[in-house]
Write a new protein. Structure first.
Length: 244
């Protein structure tokens, strides 16, 4: 992607399905907020939900280069986890309260030794069934718009979409480019909703010096787990709007 194209969108992004090996979110209890209350969706019917990832590019840059101590600042004020602190200061502060309160807990899984990872609990919420909650966010919308701007693989016949995550006021909250996937778009139209995850470490980009082929699904899932563990990942069901 050219530098101009990189600057023209806000964040890094990707589309996939919730049961992808890089996410493994097929056991999420999804709830739609309606006028009659919250309607929980059957997880056996929603294990293949279309999912969109928005990784904050500005916060990613801060994480790469570490925390810069302000001039004349006391060394006692340097955070113990400078990269995370920098990501919070420069990336997550964009989150409005109605979106930021919907955090995605991480479901514990058996590790390689047969044990179980410690359960992570956000907002003092814990489900003993082993599932986690992911609720719809009223008023928020995900717009998929045809976009011929990225001409990276034009000779191969690739087509691209611009994904825009919009607030209830219609303002663009996050915007990225993805290769158009007809199967993903068809599923989004069928459900009417898309799982949207926003954060700093979602496994979208390979670490420095590593190719995409070397960036395994397990490594990507661990990146998502880290973001959930430190409170840098939020998520929810967002209404899907197709412009094709």
């Amino acid at each position: 992607m050219s530098r101009y194209q990189f600057e023209d969108v806000d964040d890094l992004g990707e589309i996939l399905f919730s049961n992808d090996p890089a996410l493994r979110l097929q056991c999420v209890l999804m709830g739609l907020q309606t006028t009659d209350g919250t309607v929980m969706l059957d997880p056996t019917q929603t294990c293949h939900m279309p999912t969109a990832l928005f990784e904050f590019r500005q916060a990613v840059g801060v994480g790469d280069f570490g925390y810069v101590v302000p001039e004349r600042a006391s060394t006692e004020g340097i955070p113990e986890e400078p990269q995370i602190e920098g990501a919070i200061l420069f990336g997550m502060r964009r989150l409005p309260p109605d979106f930021a309160d919907l955090r995605l807990p991480y479901r514990p899984e058996p590790d390689d030794d047969g044990g179980c990872l410690d359960e992570i609990c956000f907002c003092m919420r814990r489900r003993l069934s082993g599932h986690v909650d992911l609720l719809s966010i009223p008023g928020w919308e995900l717009h998929e718009i045809p976009d011929d701007q990225p001409k990276l693989a034009e000779r191969l016949g690739y087509t691209y979409s611009r994904l825009e995550l919009r607030t209830p006021l219609g303002e663009i909250y996050s915007r990225t480019w993805v290769a158009h996937d007809p199967e993903w778009a068809a599923a989004a139209l069928r459900y009417g909703y898309v799982v949207c995850l926003c954060g700093v470490t979602l496994g979208v980009r390979a670490p420095y010096g590593m190719t995409d082929a070397q960036h395994t699904p397990r490594m990507r899932r661990e990146a998502l787990r880290l973001g959930c563990a430190v409170g840098l990942t939020i998520g929810g069901l967002v209404a899907y709007v197709d412009h094709r």
